[in-house]
Structures are given as C-alpha cells and as structure tokens.
Write a new protein. Structure first.
Lengths: 138, 316, 137
C-alpha cells in the first residue's frame, strides 16, 4: 500500500443491491467535494466508484466500500476501497485488459475505472474475494 | 546544590523552562536590542513595534513548546503552532523585502540572547549548561531552517499559480459567429494543458450554445501519437455534447506524421486553413456569406458594374 | 411507497424523457421498458432523452442510452440524447464509452430541431421511394 497518512474511514457503506449504488455515489461525491476536487474530478471519482461497486453487486453478491480522505506530504486526496467475499477474479491481467467480457457479455469495467483515478490497486483470490482500492490526489 | 533528577535526553531541564519563563521580558529586551544592533538589521523595513510584537509572540510560543513537547522530534501542536507562526512571519517579512536568510538569522539570533541567562542559572553546572544550550540550539536551528523550507514552498506555490495563469491565457476561446467558436492552440500539448483546454472548450460550448468548435493547431509545434490522441479525445467529447469539432491548421508536416504513425483520424474533420474551417462551419450551420450588392430586384448580380446600372435605372 | 418513475411526456410527435437525478438501475430498466411501450402505444417517431441534470453517466447508463436508441430505431423511431455535461463527456471518453450510434444535441431546442430534420429527411426518402416504385410500375 502506498505510504502516506490515512485517516480512519469517514464512511463504510454496505454494497448489496443496485439501490446501494445510489447512496454510494452520493457519498463519494460529497467526500470528493469536501476534499476539494473540481467538477470533472468529482465526476471521475463517482463514476469509477459506481463501476467498481456495481461489480460487487453483479459478481460478488455483497461487499462494502470504505471512503477515506488521505494525505501524503502536503497533498490531499480521496481513497475508496472496495471489498467483497465473492468468487474472485481468476485472471487479473485479462480482466484489466480493455474489451474483456465475462460470461454475461459485460466487461468488468476495470480498465475504464483505472483510467479515471491516479492509483489503482487490485488483489483477488478465486473463491475468497476481491479488494480494489482507488485513490485520487488533488 | 542538590542534584536534579535526570530528565529524558530530549526535553529541556525544568530549571531552563523556569528561567525562560521568569525572565521572559529581560530575554525579550536583550533579543530585540541585539537584533537592532546587529550589522545586518535594516530598520527602514520594519517598525520597532512590529519587531517587538513578533518577537514577543514567537518567544512565548517557543517557551511553551519547549515546556510541553519533545524538542528532538518537534512534533505536537505547540511546535506546529510555532511553525505556523514562522510561516506568517516569513511571509510578512518577504512582503517587506526581507530575504529568507534575514528572517532565519532573526530566529538564530535568539540563541545568542538566551546564552547569558542560561549561563547565569547554570554557573555551577557547566555540563548541564552545555546540555541545555545544545537542546535549545538544536530546536532553534530547526526552526530557522524551517523558514527556508517555507520560503521555497511559497515560491513553488507562486510558480504553480503563474503556470496556471499562463495556461489560462494561452487557451482563449473566441466566438467567431453565432454558435461558432474557435480555440487557437499555441504551444506544446501535454496532459495537463489538454485537460484544461478540454474543460474550457466544453464549458464555452455549453455556455455559448456553439454548434461548431474550431480547434486550430497551427501553433502546435509537434503532433505525435500522444497529441493526436488528445485531439481525438477532444473531438469525441465535443461530439458527445452535441456539437461538431473541426480541426484546422493541419499542414503537410502534420499530415505526413499522422499517416506515418498510422493514426486513424476517420470521423474527424480537418482542414489546412482556418478560413476553410470557418467556411465549413458556416455551411454546417446552414449559413452562407454573400457580397452585399448581390441582390438587386431579387436577382443576383455577377458583377458590380451590372448592379450599379440597375440601381441607376431604377431611380431616374 | 410507490417506486419512482422517470417522467415521459409526449409533445406533438416527440416523446421526451427527462432524467432529473441520479436513479438506481431498476428505475433505469423500468424506464427503458416504458419508453418502448409508449413508442408502440402512441406511434411517436421521435424520442428525446434529456440528461442535462445528470451529473454522472457510467457504463451501465451509457449502455442503457445506446440500447434505447437501438431499440427505438428498430421500431422506426429516431433518438436524440441532449444535455451531456462537460465533465460527464470527458469522463465518458476516458472510460472508453463513445456512445456510437447515439445522436446528441446541446439542449432540447437543438434536439427537437434535429429530430424534425431527420423526420423530414425520412419522409422525403420515403416519398422518393414510393415515387420510384410507382414509376417502375
């Protein structure tokens, strides 16, 4: 994990149904505004979060998202960590490739989400679950 | 003299704190006097009032910090408060044309002023004196050098702001006609500039309800794959808004580069001359520019001579 | 509590769908069904989707817009999406979603104008086709 001071999570949100996505988007947006991000970056963060959270709903059944402000030296940023205990991703490299689609004809949207943020970390174990952490700096 | 209980290596002896607190005013006077008397002091730049006020505030904050925090690490809210104070002082002094060195030496000079008072207290304990002087010296050294760090950070902030201003100045969006805007790009396109340029362009498109946005790249020195991607990205975003982007200023060099690099510009409208781009913009917005004396009695004249004759005969 | 439904208005020959806030996936899908039903029921040939108040479009929403346009087209209706916000447009491009096949316009005025032009063009082609057929005898 990248060095830097991490404040305790401001919010932990349960992600289970598509209704939860609306709440998550609102929380990420509020946090982004509070951190000081401009309009375009706000939309980037909310969109990336929506993609990743939807993955949880679609593929893992349930999970949660932790939204935390972060700082490194003098820079401020926002970090959102998604965790689930779902089926996990077998081939991460493949999943991170543009144009990858899983069985139901939907890509996992991972490469797209990665382009919207500054730092993107993913770890996954088949049968155990997945953790995706995104960070954006001011 | 009773021996004191040993204190941790990094905290000043309680006796030191006591002396500093009890004789604070004397020390303050000595410090100010030394400052004013020093060869590098420039009295025209700062008033006696201000010097006294700043010095008093600083000393008080310093003594409080010494009493309550770890001088080795200099963390905690007291030292943070001092650093904030020093930031204010150094910014104020910079505005008054003091150099960072002068402000730093101002802090260092407190050491000298404290010496006689500590020597007095520890006159029977030379080892202790050295220890205490060392601790205070270290703390003041760090604070003094903090000033340099703060100055550099401040200058970096100013530079960043100026860069931002330059970026803004270099992306002027011009309204050419109703619903037609033009953005002449000048200089190299990097990721940051592209970002800013796109945001401004798109905002202006929405604000002016521009149907056409002409992006002129005559002033962009090199177009490589990266720049081409930025342009494609911009054109796509403009299209999503519901407008059309025309790229003009595409000369032979750029055309060759694009083909050689195998960049696919299909779906992107390009023109060599800005004027051609403007002409196309008018067509796309269902407009046309015609000479004024073209229409006479409902007919279009082909020469100026013709129309003059017709005008004369209409008014005998 | 009744579920929220996206308002769909019929103005002349145009169906206008106005998405005014962030909505959940279920409401989106429900809206899609209802739009197609309305196209069938009213015979509307034009569909205008206004997302000028939508502050985020992710891959799901983007796909939904593409799908609606495609489905409407199969039912012989033209679709225009209006009001994509600048920040949303930039994010869509970065996500890699170009919404190909979806016509866009700056606002409702432009959207209606474009739909009208398209209808006229369609009728012209239709008439031409008919005349051709008649001429061919």
């Amino acid at each position: 994990m990248a060095p830097g001071k991490i404040s305790p999570p401001v919010e932990r949100l349960r992600i289970e149904t598509s209704d939860d996505l609306v709440g998550l988007r609102r929380s990420v947006r509020d946090a982004a505004i509070a951190t000081g991000f401009g309009a375009t970056d706000q939309v980037r963060l909310v969109t990336a979060a929506s993609e990743l959270a939807r993955n949880i709903v679609l593929y893992a059944g349930s999970g949660f998202a932790d939204i935390s402000p972060v700082s490194r030296q003098e820079r401020r940023g926002l970090r959102v960590r998604f965790e689930d205990q779902g089926q996990g991703i077998g081939d991460l490299d493949l999943a991170m490739k543009d144009g990858y689609t899983s069985g139901c004809g939907l890509g996992k949207g991972l490469p797209g989400a990665r382009r919207l943020v500054d730092e993107f970390e993913i770890s996954s174990e088949v049968g155990r679950g997945t953790v995706v952490t995104i960070t954006k700096w001011l | 003299m009773p021996s004191d209980t040993p204190t941790p290596a990094n905290t000043p002896n309680p006796r030191t704190i006591k002396i500093l607190t009890e004789r604070e005013n004397e020390i303050l006077e000595a410090w100010i006097e030394n400052r004013v008397a020093s060869s590098d002091f420039r009295e025209t730049l700062i008033s006696g009032e201000e010097l006294r006020s700043d010095s008093q505030t600083f000393m008080r904050a310093f003594i409080t910090a010494l009493a309550n925090s770890n001088t080795e690490e200099m963390r905690g809210k007291e030292f943070n408060a001092i650093r904030r104070l020093l930031l204010e002082i150094s910014e104020a002094r910079a505005a008054q044309a003091f150099s960072p060195s002068e402000t730093a030496f101002y802090v260092f000079s407190l050491k000298e002023s404290l010496l006689p008072f500590l020597r007095d207290e520890y006159k029977n304990d030379p080892e202790l004196l050295i220890d205490e002087l060392n601790k205070i010296s270290k703390a003041l050294d760090k604070l003094g050098s903090f000033i340099f760090v703060a100055t550099i950070k401040n200058r970096e902030r100013v530079i960043r702001q100026q860069q931002q201003d330059m970026l803004e100045l270099s992306t002027p969006v011009v309204q050419i006609w109703d619903r037609i805007i033009c953005l002449p790009l000048i200089g190299t396109l990097d990721s940051r500039r592209t970002q800013l340029m796109m945001e401004r362009l798109l905002e202006r498109i929405v604000k002016t309800r521009a149907e056409i946005a002409i992006l002129d790249i005559t002033g962009v020195p090199t177009v490589d794959t990266q720049v081409a991607n930025y342009l494609i990205k911009t054109v796509t975003a403009v299209r999503l808004l519901g407008s059309t982007c025309i790229i003009t200023g595409v000369g032979p060099a750029i055309a060759q580069t694009i083909v050689h690099l195998g960049i696919d510009l299909s779906g992107i409208i390009t023109r060599n001359q800005l004027s051609d781009g403007i002409r196309l913009a008018f067509e796309l917005t269902r407009q046309r520019v015609i000479p004024i004396n073209s229409f006479v009695d409902g007919e279009t004249a082909t020469e100026k001579g013709d129309s003059d004759e017709r005008v004369q005969s209409a008014h005998p | 509590m009744s579920a929220f439904r996206v308002p769909i208005l019929k103005v002349g020959d145009v169906l206008i769908v106005s998405i005014q806030s962030d909505i959940d996936d279920r409401t989106v899908i429900e809206m899609q069904h209802r739009v197609l039903e309305q196209i069938e029921r009213t015979g509307a040939r034009s569909l205008l989707i206004d997302i000028s108040l939508l502050e985020m479009v992710d891959s799901f929403t983007g796909r939904m817009l593409s799908d609606i346009a495609a489905m409407a087209s199969i039912m012989d209706s033209e679709t225009v999406v209006v009001g994509i916000q600048p920040a949303v447009a930039i994010t869509l491009v970065e996500l890699g979603l170009e919404l190909k096949g979806v016509s866009t316009a700056l606002d409702v005025d432009d959207g209606l104008r474009i739909l009208k032009e398209r209808m006229r063009e369609k009728q012209r082609r239709h008439q031409y086709g008919t005349r051709e057929n008649l001429a061919a005898g």
